[in-house]
Design a protein around this ligand. Structure first.
Ligand SMILES: Cc1cc2nc3c(=O)[nH]c(=O)nc-3n(C[C@H](O)[C@H](O)[C@H](O)COP(=O)(O)OP(=O)(O)OC[C@H]3O[C@@H](n4cnc5c(N)ncnc54)[C@H](O)[C@@H]3O)c2cc1C
Ligand code: SF4
Ligand code: SF4
Length: 435
């Protein structure tokens, strides 16, 4: 049993306690819940079953997203958005290191007893390894993006056994959804949730295959990012930096199962249930922060003048890019080869896109709409029975301008009317921070 595995004081440094094996589940990113004594809660807590974002947003932020407020349909409830950087960017960070610096600050100031986050596996720098961090200096081990899934929430049990009642968790959306759904049962005194956006994740093993296609020296790649200027940036251990335009990526050479159905179809790109979302998509080359509630404000305040911030910008138009993506995704969902742009056009488009394509917040809206369309098209093809329970109404609203609309029986409302799909979290009273 996971909660019996840990005995004695945790060692110095990030602590990676032994965790129980996962219980096999159909659609699952192994967020860690199935490894806990609360494993049965997967049925209500899982993002891939019957998410009820309106109820959970109300629970966490005091209100659900309001489509009448600018950008809330796309990004979920928020108080304010920032384009931001750390004045002193941290080595090894994915961007400037805001996510891990907040964890450090919370530990430095004694606001929390421990931070749950992902370090790298000692054998594979790309493989995430869930750790409990109690000393500020150990947060540095969590910097940078790892590719793959690891059972972050299973750390809640050893953290509780070690007496930690005030926690911060850094997590991706499918982890944060389950965390919020069980938050009431954890008996915590305080919980701060720092969320990153997430899309296009896959297993670490698959990711290594991608690196092999991408670079002749995959073993020396230490950093990869899909930047908001339509380029992938690779950094090598010897200091070399390479950028590759999205259009020249070897996407059509990836195996059809490269992206698991979970990551093809998850409905929360921007981590709407976090107190603070720390990403880059709307940041036009800097980071992009969404402060969602009072606790999110506290997290920003913890950084003080270490944070340089201003209002995010927005330029370009997304409709053409989203339409092109939908056409190609329809082919991919049907198992057809992707349409590739003629080779001579790719460098030209690769040059034009960062200059004329959607930028800043418009880039973030583009990606959110693309993700919404991908979810619907893949569920329709691969798991049509899940469509009506997994896809919230706001996701349909995002794709409506592109002619994608629900067919009979495909909506959550239809499922509820039939009485077969009770919404997870429905009827919860509002609680926690207010917006
Ligand atoms: C798989 C993945 C896909 C992402 N896709 C996008 C995207 O499309 N758009 C966007 O704006 N942002 C995305 N992000 C977030 C982005 O890469 C940065 O993590 C974020 O901007 C924070 O940068 P930072 O410099 O502040 O983070 P750092 O200070 O470097 O900290 C990174 C944090 O990420 C956590 N982390 C790293 N890898 C994982 C993992 N595999 N699972 C769970 N947690 C992890 C660590 O715990 C660490 O605290 C993605 C992150 C991941 C993990
Ligand atoms: S809640 Fe977590 S562990 Fe349970 S099925 Fe969902 S992703 Fe898997
Ligand atoms: S893409 Fe979605 S399902 Fe996949 S790891 Fe990220 S948040 Fe989870």
């Amino acid at each position: 049993m996971p909660h019996d595995l840990v005995a004695g004081p945790p060692p110095a440094g990030p602590w990676a306690p032994p965790l129980a094996e996962p219980v096999p589940r159909a659609l699952c990113t192994d967020c860690g819940l199935s490894r806990m004594a609360l494993a049965k809660a997967c049925g209500q807590a899982c993002q891939f079953l019957r998410p009820d974002y309106a109820a959970l947003e109300t629970q966490v932020h005091g209100r659900a997203r309001d489509p009448a407020r600018p950008d809330e349909l796309h990004f979920g409830p928020f108080r304010r958005m920032l384009r931001a950087s750390l004045a002193a960017p941290r080595d090894g960070a994915q961007w400037t290191g805001i996510a891990t610096r907040i964890g450090e600050r919370l530990l430095e100031t004694g606001a929390v007893d421990a931070v749950l986050a992902m370090a790298a596996d000692p054998e594979d720098r790309w493989k995430p390894r869930p750790v409990i961090v109690t000393r500020p200096e150990d947060m540095a081990a969590c910097r940078g993006m790892k590719m793959g899934f690891a059972p972050l929430l299973a750390l809640l049990e050893p953290a509780a056994q070690a007496g930690h009642r005030r926690l911060a968790v850094v997590g991706i959306p499918c982890q944060v959804h389950a965390l919020r759904a069980i938050e009431d049962r954890l008996g915590l005194e305080r919980l701060y949730v720092i969320g990153t956006p997430c899309s296009d994740n896959t297993t670490t093993e698959m990711f290594h295959r991608f690196l092999e296609l991408l670079d002749p020296d995959p073993g020396s790649v230490t950093y990869l990012e899909f930047r908001a200027d339509f380029q992938v940036e690779l950094r090598h251990a010897d200091g070399r930096v390479r950028t590759i335009p999205f259009l020249q990526l070897p996407i059509s050479r990836l195996p059809p199962d490269f992206f698991p159905l979970t990551c093809r179809t998850c409905v929360d790109y921007t981590n709407v249930l976090a107190d603070l979302t720390v990403g880059y998509m709307g940041g036009t080359g800097a980071q992009w922060l969404l402060v969602r509630n009072e606790r999110g404000e506290e997290l920003i305040a913890a950084l003080g003048d270490e944070l340089e911030a201003r209002a995010p910008g927005s330029a370009g138009r997304r409709a053409g890019a989203v339409k092109g993506f939908i056409a190609n995704t329809e082919r991919a969902a049907g198992g057809l080869p992707l349409r590739r742009m003629p080779a001579f056009l790719r460098p030209i488009m690769g040059w034009l896109m960062p200059r004329l394509g959607p930028r800043g917040l418009e880039f973030a809206r583009t990606r959110v709409e693309m993700k919404a369309a991908e979810t619907i098209l893949f569920l329709r093809r691969k798991a049509p029975r899940r469509l009506r329970s997994m896809v919230p109404a706001h996701v349909w609203a995002l794709v409506a301008p592109y002619g994608l609309s629900p067919q009979p029986g495909e909506t959550q409302a239809a499922a509820l009317a039939q009485g077969t799909e009770p919404a997870q979290g429905a009827g919860r009273p509002p609680r926690g921070g207010s917006s």
